[in-house]
Design a protein around this ligand. Sequence first.
Ligand code: ACM
Length: 686
Amino acid sequence: MKKLILWAGMAASLLVVGCAENHQKEITVIPAPLGVELQEGTFRLNAQTALWVDAPQEDKQKLEACLAASPVKLSLAMQEPRDNAVILKQVETLSGVSSPEGYVMSVSSGQVKIEATTGAGLFYGLQTFLQMAVGTGELPAGTIVDEPRFAYRGMMLDVSRHFFDKEFVKKQMDALSYYKLNRLHLHLTDAAGWRIEIKKYPRLTNFAAWRESPTWKEWWNGNRQYKEEGDKDAYGGYYTQDDIRELVAYAQERYITLIPEIEMPAHSEEVLTAYPELSCTHEPYKQADFCVGNEKTFEFLEDVLTEVMELFPSEYIHVGGDEAGKASWPTCKLCQVRMKKEGLKDVNELQSYLIHRMEKFLNAHGRKLLGWDEILEGGLAPNATVMSWRGTEGGMKAINAGHQAIMTPGEFCYFDSYQDAPDSQPEAIGGYLPLSKVYSYNPVPDTLSQDKVPLIYGVQANLWAEYIPTPEHMEMMIYPRILALAEVAWSSPLVKDYGNFHARALKAVEELQAKGYHPFDLKNEIGNRPGSDEPVEHLAIGKKVTYAEGAAYYPGYAAGGDDALVNGIRGGWTYGDKLWQGFIDKKGVDVVIDLEEEMPIHSVGADFMQVCGPGVFMPAEVIISASTDGEEFTELARIAHEVVKDDKVTFKNFGWEGETTARYVRYQATYGPFGGFLFTDEIVIK
Ligand code: ACM
């Protein structure tokens, strides 16, 4: 029999194989398996196909339940069948597989056999089988040897900014586990609402879980008031401890670990309004950070974590740690006393005092601390694991100090960004993170030495929910991008290929829709901003640009520096893509381009963008002028623009068309009434 062998390294051809009979066989599994060896022949499911699970009782139950809940219907065999069967077998050792989550699946015309050394491995083999069987019920004969690249494959859901009930969370766990993700991190607490019942502190859920406005945006831009549970128009909700137990059990059935996040010392306005004595000034509605000088803070946090640990078996407990303003600490007597007594030289060290203490507490209870990368500031707690969100520097720093890191950089892993042309999407926080960009992420930085790679524990997508008020919208932001993240987390870079993945993702979107999910409509994706993928040709390319005094570009948005506006490269859908140059200096934009010789010119123009949330506005006026000597300029156009605030991301060209002769072109743009940034990407002269 002719055998076609395909192993990692043959990315493009991995999943599509021409057979002897000259028809195509496809394995459209997500994430792409590591090694696939296909043979001639097919296994066909029919009404008599039986399931036989040979695994410890607990795993056997989970695996049988998973199959029973799937669209693939098999009968349970009473004894091990020989033929027409799907057999799942836990074995002592498995050659070619080193991860406990790996599996080997052998398919012949008579049976499908999945072997693994753990229940998790069998579960992942089963997901591969289900993805292959769905639809036609036919599987090509052959062998799949598969294991994950990373042990931690996660998704974070923000259930504070908007509350999503337990049924929503369960539904997402069904899909996450189908794509072999194994961690679900719940952001349970934040200013916008506390979402977990803590028996010892009832105000957290009968007050701090409820607010005035149903949308975060209205609430945040308004008075940010909380409400009593049961008040007319109170918006919010929380998980009772029974709900949490139900979610934990549901997760365990799918080999998912639920990781709770309890924010400290910041993002805690809701707690400090319910229990103002835990803030520095003891005033409700005034503070975001706990008072670190007050022992009551530690009593509260330890009490909360004690109840949290009773509910969540997760080895890791996430303590947040991000974005502490620390505003009241320098003037708080108790904080100052604490700093003196503990020999802490600044407020960063005061924050790390809190984190270290909480780590000791968690460690003493057999748990480990996980936190956002700010927990590095002021000294990292001894056994902490860092979630690197502000780029990968935090993760690298943690790794270089011998700690584990989970990579979740905003640029690739923040699913609250737009996934397509902003004007085709509901309002998002900004940014642009299409499927292809998520897919392109490699969590192992090139600069990392080989011996440190094992310290990269894994990768996670984060979905912050400020602008996501409904479950349907939440799902649209998750899918299909989480499928790309799943492949980043599971598959070897050697088997990754975006074109191939895209085809599988299109199919997966249809499958998700059929199952009642609301994925983004990938087949109608618009893609990047027109013109941003192809360089523009024009007269100023590579010419010298002189920036006027008081019109320097902002170093954080340099877009490569002095030639950014004449390099032929347009920006994309976000000013954060390093292709847009940002101005916040006194005069706005004021540049002169020297074309090196006098020449006829017919048009001068530049695009600007507006995103009001982060303070990016259109110019109020643009002046375009030209000169033959660089001294005397003649005004070609003066364009006034009324800058109006809106909720959209908009782009506008400000230009002149006509006939003139010039060597020098001056382009000026001034700020409107709201100040903020001006962003432009290219001054196109033709
Ligand atoms: C974060 O995005 N503040 C972790």
